[in-house]
Design a protein around this ligand. Structure first.
Ligand code: MEV
Length: 313
């Protein structure tokens, strides 16, 4: 008797990159440039046909699932993404994350990019939909994003970004960065709203701080080109104190930066929206592991990144 053959389900895979903003978070929303360092693949999504649409997440601090009809923001993100892509069929998507979620490393944009890429492959859709798909997903979490997280999630690498010029790869020397997560934070949307209300309450002070923050990326770019890491570190620490002034740091983030600097980091700052989440520190001598050890000892999720020199081509 012939045995019944079960045909394997077709699975389509997509990836999205993680990022750390080295200079210019928040000021980038107001038109200034930001300097961003890609941290490799942050999310891998696999899509397969299913009876009902459901989404499963696993990774560093993730073990959860949601359905398309659920009231969660995540489900809302998928509904917007499906609408832009014109998807009406049901799928199951499994997402594997190599970065913590909601910690300033661009997890939502990385998830959006990974899922959008996998869905485009699965349904054989036009690649031209990629940017609008990721934007539709991201808007749910960020209200009015500058676009920096989407650019990082889609293209990765080390780059400068501004609302007017978009993504531009830049020249960097070898960099050793240590990232540490101090823990939970408010949703990015709320932090951006808080930031905007700060602007309303004291327009003059806000403008001065924004201009100072906005000038750091060009100073940093000169220091990076000159391979002057001491200067890059100083500028990072200065960027952190300006972010602190506008209310987006937290005591936990300040403490983590101090721990990194005390252990020998050339500079440290919060990265991403702030009010919790990650700090990023620049290390001169990675062989000692002193900064990584100090941050691990303090109990943070910590990871070292060795960024290879690139010519910006
Ligand atoms: C979040 O990673 C970066 C922010 O500047 C928001 C944005 O640019 O959309 C805080």
């Amino acid at each position: 008797m012939a045995s019944k053959r079960i045909s394997p389900k077709r699975i389509s895979i997509g990836e999205g990159f993680a990022k750390a903003i080295l200079f210019g978070e928040h000021s980038v929303v107001y038109g200034y440039p930001a300097i961003v360092c890609g941290l490799g693949v942050g999310a891998i999504a696999s899509v397969q046909d299913a009876e009902t649409s459901a989404f499963f997440f696993t990774g560093v601090n993730a073990n959860f699932q949601t359905q398309l009809e659920s009231p969660s923001s995540l489900a809302e993100g998928f509904r917007s993404l499906f609408e832009v892509l014109g998807i009406t069929s049901s799928v199951e998507i499994h997402v594997d994350l190599s970065i913590p979620t909601g910690a300033g490393l661009g997890s939502s944009a990385a998830i959006g990019a990974a899922c959008c890429r996998a869905l485009i492959k699965h349904f054989n859709l036009s690649e031209d939909l990629i940017e609008s798909g990721v934007e539709a997903f991201e808007v749910v979490f960020h209200a009015s994003p500058s676009g920096v997280d989407q650019a990082a999630a889609l293209y990765g690498g080390f780059f400068q970004f501004s609302k007017s010029s978009g993504y531009q790869k830049i020249e960097v020397p070898v960099l050793d960065l240590v990232v540490a997560n101090v823990g939970s934070r408010e949703p990015t949307k709320h932090i951006l709203e808080r930031f905007a209300s700060q602007k309303k309450s004291d327009e003059t002070r806000f403008k001065v701080t924004m201009e100072e923050m906005g000038s750091l990326p060009s100073q940093a770019q000169i220091a990076l080109t000159n391979k002057d890491l001491v200067e890059v570190g100083k500028l990072m620490t200065h960027n952190h104190s300006l972010l602190n002034e506008v209310g987006v740091s937290s005591p936990e983030l300040d403490i983590a930066c101090q721990i990194a600097i005390k252990a020998g980091a050339l500079g440290a700052k919060l990265t991403g929206a702030g009010r919790g989440g990650c700090i990023i520190s620049l290390v001169q001598d990675p062989s000692s592991n002193a900064v990584e050890k100090a941050l691990l000892k303090a109990g943070y999720w910590t990871r070292s990144y060795h960024i290879l020199e690139n010519s910006g081509q």
